[in-house]
Design a protein around this ligand. Structure first.
Ligand SMILES: Cc1cc2nc3c(=O)[nH]c(=O)nc-3n(C[C@H](O)[C@H](O)[C@H](O)COP(=O)(O)O)c2cc1C
Length: 194
């Protein structure tokens, strides 16, 4: 009998904890929607890691996800950075190269905050990110980069983006390797989003 009572109490506590977690997330979403901030979370992901990071940001901000899809998907062989003839190697060693997008333009008019996420390739962003930025009107929006990597940081990519697109209102980026939800929330707060 005692055991049953313990079990019932444990279940009630677990239920309350879950409820409070869900309410927290809901409050954040409502906050962003209330102050008129409509968030678009764009990402390019060749092997799924950046996509997972993008989903976390969208979940926390209540943002809309947008997959930056190449017209031609990258195969395993295309991603071989050790092969100087591979597609990624060739594209990344000519920084003027602009890989084509599947959908050329995204409807940005609704959104005031645009996240752009990508994997680190050769210590910077893949050139398809340049294609995406140049194909879309980001004027007047706050644009926030995020990255996943095998260990390299986001700084070089951020510097290159600031230099290439000085007309864009860039906010502080985040390397999303091993970050907690609290790290993400602190970053959003720094950028005035919470
Ligand atoms: C072509 C290529 C180049 C890469 N270059 C780097 C690099 O310079 N530094 C680094 O830390 N990781 C590098 N990586 C690892 C990726 O940044 C990392 O695995 C990333 O999380 C993959 O994201 P995705 O699954 O969204 O494509 C490289 C990966 C590829 C395919």
């Amino acid at each position: 009998m005692k055991r049953l009572i313990y079990l019932a109490v444990a279940l009630i506590i677990a239920g309350l904890a879950l409820q409070s977690h869900t309410n927290d997330k809901q409050t954040e979403k409502n906050e962003n929607q209330k102050n008129g901030t409509k968030v678009l979370v764009c990402y390019f992901s060749a092997t799924g890691t950046t996509e997972k990071a993008a989903r976390r940001i969208a979940e926390i901000t209540g943002g809309t996800l947008h997959n930056i899809e190449p017209a031609k998907l990258y195969t395993y062989a295309d991603l071989n950075w050790r092969d100087s003839l591979s597609r990624s190697y060739v594209e990344m060693h000519n920084r003027d190269f602009r890989p084509a997008l599947k959908d050329s333009v995204t409807d940005m008019s609704d959104f005031s905050v645009v996240f752009i996420g990508y994997p680190n390739w050769w210590n910077t962003h893949p050139t398809i990110i340049n294609t995406f930025i140049e194909a879309n009107d980001l004027q007047g929006k706050t644009v926030i980069p995020f990255m996943t990597s095998g260990g390299s940081n986001i700084f070089n990519s951020e510097n290159e983006l600031h230099e290439a697109y000085p007309g864009i209102k860039w906010a502080k980026g985040l390397l999303m390797n091993n970050v907690s939800d609290d790290d993400i929330k602190d970053w959003l707060k720094e950028n005035g989003l919470r």
